[in-house]
Design a binder for this molecule. Sequence first.
Ligand SMILES: Nc1nc2c(ncn2[C@@H]2O[C@H](COP(=O)(O)OP(=O)(O)O)[C@@H](O)[C@H]2O)c(=O)[nH]1
Ligand SMILES: [Mg+2]
Length: 259
Amino acid sequence: MSMQTENHRGRILREHFGIVAEPGQYIIALAGNPNVGKSTVFNALTGLRQHTGNWPGKTVDNAQGSFTYSNKPFLLVDLPGTYSILAHSVEEQVARDFICFGQPDATLIVLDATCLERNLNLALQVMEITPNVIVCVNLMDEAKKKHIIIDIPALEKELGVPVVATAARKNEGLGTLRETLYQVSTGVRQCSPRQLVYSPAVEMAVEQLVPTIQRLIDHKLNPRWVALRLLDGDTAFIESIKRHLDLQFKNALQEVATV
Ligand SMILES: Nc1nc2c(ncn2[C@@H]2O[C@H](COP(=O)(O)OP(=O)(O)O)[C@@H](O)[C@H]2O)c(=O)[nH]1
Ligand SMILES: [Mg+2]
């Protein structure tokens, strides 16, 4: 990463998200449903190197913590616990905007091993936005107690992103988690997240929109995901684009959205 992009991202992080990152720090977003052990994972990874505040203009808590692994500095940003990131609440909007516009190097999604089905919804949504996803299946000790067996390699194959099993309260699996975060954030390990396929009519509309969106956003966002949001009539997302991206793009996108 060049110093120039780094400075640009640093400015976006500070001005738009109230997050102060040091140059060269890899940024990792931390997402998950409420009560899955997200804070426990956050504490286990960052220890006391934490800073808390609010998201700018929102009454939603914001926590960031740092750690070093393999001589590389990381900044972990704890997002609000949400079931979705389709922005139906302030918390969901905060989480989604950070994943979309904060340019994290990776997003770690913590899931509850005792109710994977419900939790995977969020993982699949994030995997539509960014390829750099790590899934942490936490509460493995609770799952074991309930005789739930999770085939981690099979899940990893299904999802196309690294999956790490943890019992964060017992400090189990965190070594592997650190190593995996390192590999994905630095690009040593590439992910190819499985994409949801929609009805033929939706897929056709997406296909028609993608080239135009691609031209307009210039790698700033995943064009397929932007197309899906536009087709969804997601006005909150268009508002977020206005807030976080430059003028030229947002005017053009508004035109596409109103067609
Ligand atoms: N048994 C067990 N409990 C856990 C584990 N991780 C977190 N917890 C507990 O689950 C509860 C919720 O954890 P917390 O980190 O606050 O969840 P958050 O809402 O996702 O931030 C707390 O009582 C934790 O101690 C785990 O791996 N195993
Ligand atoms: Mg928490």
